[in-house]
Ligand binder design. Structure first.
Ligand SMILES: *Cc1c(COP(=O)(O)O)cnc(C)c1O
Length: 303
């Protein structure tokens, strides 16, 4: 890795992303801005870059030449990290839940082309990724950097906080999808660091079934200073769980993508915009609320 050129330049990451105005809700009367993190890079998925950046900087600083991480067969995180490691000449080992050997997903074919080493493990082994499996990997690959699933660690927050530092408009509310909760935690922490806690509240839209568990995941990552931020997670729009969908959601994604000329997919951004649209139609936000929706990217997973 070249130490003198910023990582963003080495990888052609395009920042800051824009805050695109869209008209939403009843009679398309509500102005909402969309932060287009889906446009960060043609391959590296938006919020996965934000979360992975400081892990890569850590590897660079400590001269670490091998990264290991975990994910499912369609993981946006593994895809983004696999591409970054290939570009930066870092060896990458992907620990994948389930055996896709005979039927690899487009994601797995991509990372194989990017020279990732892929290891398939069963669900039980995968469950121990932060304990016994991690210990075993440490023994097998001393000196490698092991990044948790989704890139979701304390180091991720710093990268996500940058989203808030980039904003060029004032907002009353910021809305984002939630899976591990690290992105939401980074937004909350960023709101505090930018001194916006009294003005801007944060709402997560759960992309999976996880009442209480998701709130705990977010608070566990948050620094104490962020306690002053008003945040919540809405659990009404997960459509039955992670990657679950119905025909109504699929239809919504198609119509939305066409109407606004803005591609969304049903796992994360579809649930976010479906929720936002419904809440606006129900008049759940004060008139004239200045709302920002974070488009986290993730379109590769929909292939
Ligand atoms: C992973 C992912 C999320 C969820 O982010 P968390 O930090 O895990 O909550 C949202 N959107 C997209 C596109 C993702 O790939």
């Amino acid at each position: 890795m070249n130490q003198t050129i910023p990582l963003e330049n080495q990888l052609s990451i395009d920042l800051p992303t824009s805050e695109q105005p869209l008209f939403f809700g009843p009679d398309q009367q509500n102005l909402v801005r969309v932060k287009r993190d889906d446009q960060i890079h043609p391959i590296i998925s938006g919020n996965k870059w934000r979360k992975v950046k400081h892990h890569l900087l850590y590897a660079q600083e400590h001269k670490i030449k091998h990264i290991i991480s975990f994910g499912g067969g369609f993981s946006n995180h593994i895809h983004a990290l696999g591409f970054c490691c290939w570009q930066l000449n870092i060896r990458f080992t992907a620990i994948i839940r389930g055996n896709y050997q005979l039927n690899p997903s487009p994601m797995l074919l991509d990372i194989a082309n990017w020279r990732a080493e892929i290891r398939y493990v069963n669900k039980v082994t995968y469950k121990n990724r932060d304990s016994s499996l991690k210990q075993q990997l440490h023994l097998e690959y001393p000196g490698a950097l092991i990044i948790p699933e989704g890139g979701s660690s304390q180091l991720a927050l710093k990268g996500v906080e940058q989203i808030i530092a980039e904003l060029s408009h004032p907002y009353d509310l910021i809305v984002a999808p939630v899976a591990s909760g690290a992105t939401l935690a980074g937004i909350i922490s960023g709101v505090e660091k930018q001194g916006l806690a009294t003005r801007t509240r944060v709402m997560g839209i759960a992309a999976l079934k996880g009442q209480d568990y998701l709130e705990k995941s977010v608070s566990d990552l948050l620094p104490e200073e962020a306690n002053c931020v008003d945040w919540q997670i809405n659990h009404d729009y997960h459509f039955g769980g992670y990657a679950k969908k119905n025909s109504e959601l699929v239809k919504f994604c198609q119509t939305f993508s066409q109407t606004h000329n803005l591609a969304i997919e049903p796992v994360y951004s579809g649930k976010l915009f479906y929720a936002l649209n419904t809440l606006l139609n129900q008049g759940k936000f004060a008139n004239g609320s200045r709302i920002l929706a974070l488009h986290t990217g993730g379109l590769q997973g929909a292939r």
